[in-house]
Design a binder for this molecule. Sequence first.
Ligand code: AMP
Length: 293
Amino acid sequence: MKVIRVPGEMTAWAKEQAANGKNIGLVPTMGFFHEGHLSLMRMARTHAERVIVSLFVNPLQFGPNEDLAAYPRDFERDGRLAEQEGVDVLFAPSVDDMYPDGFQTTVSVSTITGHLCGANRPGHFDGVATVLTKLFHVTGADCAVFGEKDYQQLAVIRRMVTDLNADIEIIGHPIVRHKDGLAMSSRNAYLDAAERETALCLSGSIALARSKAEAGMTDTGELTRLVRDFILSFRGTEIDYASFVDCRTLEPAGRLDDNTLLALAVKINGRVRLIDNGLVLEDNESADEGWAE
Ligand code: AMP
């Protein structure tokens, strides 16, 4: 596996591959790999002859009071894991190379970023859309794989690619979970043992909504109250949002239907913000990897 740090070198390598008729799959990440990231790398391999994993903790997508400085990092371990997955290039640029002096362009997607994380993290999706536009250009990727764990991010990127006629296929990957249901996340590293238990309120509330829906409850107002009460019954939880939305538009859902998604962002002990989501009516548990094994 090659490690490339300079954007120009990344582009030169990608052009050489394209000239040799090889198509390129990209997996954008912020590192501190877990099985979720590794599954995305495997999926990229099934779509592309060359796989690039980018590792860049993007300052543009962190708010002033967020965890940019504390974000977990372990470059050596990430390199070993990516290599074991047969990744061709680990692209790990510096902040200065991505945003040199004089940088002044922002890519901004509007309506779909107005909900959920977009409403709670001003500027977050501008940072995401801007860095991904750069990564798509630098790598010349034919396809890119994203996890449904960051459901809104996937929706925003699909919108951006359509709106800008970007010649890249966006591929979604189901959420990868620990056996007890917790969605894998680099931020789980912040949790102590008690908080790790508390974190089960997210996947637990998706399971709760599914069981109530199965029992015939279709009013999302009533379901929202149940889910909120459930989450708040865990010590130290604070709800950023717990919303039933249409999975295509992310607009609030009235009555449940096949497109209703429960999207969650919960802070634990004011420190660790976790997100999760799931379709309520579809038997999504079989689509999510690892749930209730
Ligand atoms: P991150 O490093 O957190 O920015 O994530 C990089 C990519 O991995 C994003 O597309 C995420 O949606 C995806 N990802 C993170 N956690 C999971 C998970 N538990 N299951 C599936 N995809 C994930």
